[in-house]
Design a protein around this ligand. Structure first.
Ligand SMILES: O=C(O)CCC(=O)C(=O)O
Length: 240
């Protein structure tokens, strides 16, 4: 569980690193499931896309949306349970899983995830509490695409975003100079608020950089989104 200092750090800075969310045995278990998605042993269909919007025939950043819809037992897995307990400590007991996703940067693909705020992807909601848990299944370091966060951006307005590439990720203006890099060991994780500006460099190493991400918001806001047909599986829209 988190202590008061960690909760305060998150509220002030909009992000938090947790050294070990998963045990080494759990990391191994989730790597296997993850690879079943990557290799299409579990079919991903239209849940899968290239977040870079640039790859010609080859995916640069593989994004698989809502793996727990494809493999329902994931929804009650240790990973989801542990992440949910901490998300509730950070933003309240009414936080629930809105969606999960896998983002893999394959070896030597060198494609950065552009600077953005997750909120730019979503419909406007009356309650803007949202937190994402980004779990490293490999060592995450600057060279293979660890997360960078702009501290305090969670308290500032949403920046304007544009879509990159062909159907690729959203992007806003920000720089590494205003941000902090968070390197993690496998099983470690970061939490970031839906308004926090973040990014990752491309993977310039010979190994994969696999991240399992779970996103939380209040139960009432999940219902609000679903009533409006927004389920994190549809086409990307840019909010201006
Ligand atoms: O894994 C990445 O490179 C980016 C992840 C991200 O933007 C997110 O989890 O909100």
């Amino acid at each position: 569980m988190l202590n008061e200092q960690q909760i305060q750090f998150f509220r002030t800075n909009g992000y938090l690193a947790v050294e070990q969310l998963l045990t080494p045995a759990e990391v191994e278990q989730f790597r296997q499931v993850y690879d079943d998605f990557l290799t299409e042993k579990i079919s991903t269909g239209d849940h899968r896309s290239d977040l870079s919007g640039l790859g010609k025939g080859k995916e640069l950043i593989t994004q698989i949306m809502r793996p727990s819809v494809l493999l329902p037992e994931l929804a009650s897995s240790t990973l989801h349970q542990k992440a949910t307990a901490l998300a509730r400590q950070l933003l309240g007991e009414d936080m629930d899983v809105d969606f999960d996703m896998l983002i893999d940067k394959a070896p030597n693909t060198n494609a950065p995830t552009p600077w953005h705020q997750d909120e730019a992807y979503w419909i406007d909601m009356p309650d803007k509490r949202a937190v994402s848990c980004w779990i490293a299944l490999d060592i995450a370091k600057r060279e293979n695409g660890c997360m960078w966060f702009v501290p305090g951006s969670n308290h500032k307005p949403l920046r304007s975003h544009v879509q990159t590439g062909k159907g690729g990720a959203l992007q806003c203006e920000a720089t590494e100079e205003e941000a902090v890099a968070v390197e993690l060991q496998p099983g470690g994780c970061t939490f970031h608020h839906g308004r926090t500006i973040h990014y990752s460099r491309g993977n310039a190493t010979d190994g994969h950089r696999r991240a399992f991400i779970v996103n939380f918001r209040p139960k009432a806001m999940i219902a609000y989104e679903r009533e409006r047909g927004f389920d994190h599986l549809g086409k990307r829209e840019v909010r201006q």
